[in-house]
Design a protein around this ligand. Structure first.
Ligand code: FE
Ligand code: FE
Ligand code: ZN
Length: 275
């Protein structure tokens, strides 16, 4: 069965997040490691984590996905911002070792005017300082729409980060359907072509997760406005091809679509499963 689940709040703990996801028929979920705008992470509660582990095993959940806060910008031209990003990343990776979750997704960052090459070098400085061959977490670079000075707008930029990594064995990619479509990769009319290009530049074996979102804005807009599946510029036909594609269907899919309430994700889950 397709492994799909929504972004879920861990404000009431991990077990509560698992229960919420399970209740609507999800088989995984994504969570923010801390407040998405940064700030201190809550202390981990061993009992809560033990209960989560039991639940995941009993319900045969697929891999969970941790998402870094948006304020973590490793590519910034401001040293203080990069230091904050490094400390946050190190703390998050540390905490990941205690969680039954081995996938950690982050936005590569925005170069804030210093240029993509310099931004990529700054990202690599932090990745190479913090990541270690012993870590059990796979760090995922998210594909971005290319708004502002965002890095990760092209497969070439992601490939450049991976090529410079000291521990590439623990790096992968999370493909966001809204972002790549906005970035100018035509997953609606040429999904196979896009995946072939990804394979040539990055390698399909690096692809570890999919963010399944429709887009409020047109193809190539370089905007980042998620829409409910089937209600945006990508559309149901494309999502059917995406979730049934042989190269993609074994992966975990995460919904980051704007729903009025959490329970509304159930409809999307049922629809993508029905394909
Ligand atoms: Fe994201
Ligand atoms: Fe995303
Ligand atoms: Zn987005």
């Amino acid at each position: 069965m397709l492994c799909v689940g929504p972004h879920t709040s861990i404000a009431k703990g991990f077990k509560a997040a698992f229960d919420a996801a399970d209740k609507i028929g999800a088989m995984t979920f994504q969570f923010f490691t801390r407040n998405p705008r940064g700030g201190k992470a809550r202390a981990l509660d061993e009992k809560d984590i033990a209960a989560l582990k039991l639940g995941l095993g009993a319900k045969h959940f697929g891999p969970l996905l941790a998402h870094a806060p948006y304020t973590m910008n490793m590519a910034s031209k401001t040293e203080k911002t990069r230091e904050f990003a490094r400390d946050l990343f190190a703390d998050d990776l540390n905490r990941m070792e205690a969680l039954p979750c081995s996938l950690y997704n982050f936005h590569p960052g925005s170069h804030t005017g210093q240029g993509a090459d310099k931004g990529i070098a700054e990202i690599l400085e932090i990745l190479n300082e913090v990541m270690s061959p012993d870590q059990t977490t796979t760090v995922l670079l998210e594909t971005m729409s290319g708004k502002g000075t965002e890095i990760g707008r092209s497969f070439e930029e992601l490939a450049a980060i991976i090529a410079g990594a000291a521990v590439p064995e623990h790096l992968g990619v999370c493909l966001d359907t809204c972002h790549v479509y906005s970035a100018g990769y035509d997953i609606v009319n040429d999904l196979d072509g896009v995946l072939a290009e990804f394979d040539r530049l990055v390698g399909l074996e690096r692809l570890k997760a999919i963010h399944l979102n429709d887009s409020k804005t047109p193809f190539g807009s370089h905007k980042d406005r998620h829409e409910k599946l089937g209600e945006g510029s990508i559309g149901w036909d494309a999502f059917k091809r995406i979730v049934t594609h042989p190269a993609l269907k074994p992966l975990p899919f995460f919904l980051e679509t704007p729903q009025a309430k959490y329970g509304d994700y159930q409809t999307e889950i049922q629809k993508v499963r029905a394909f």
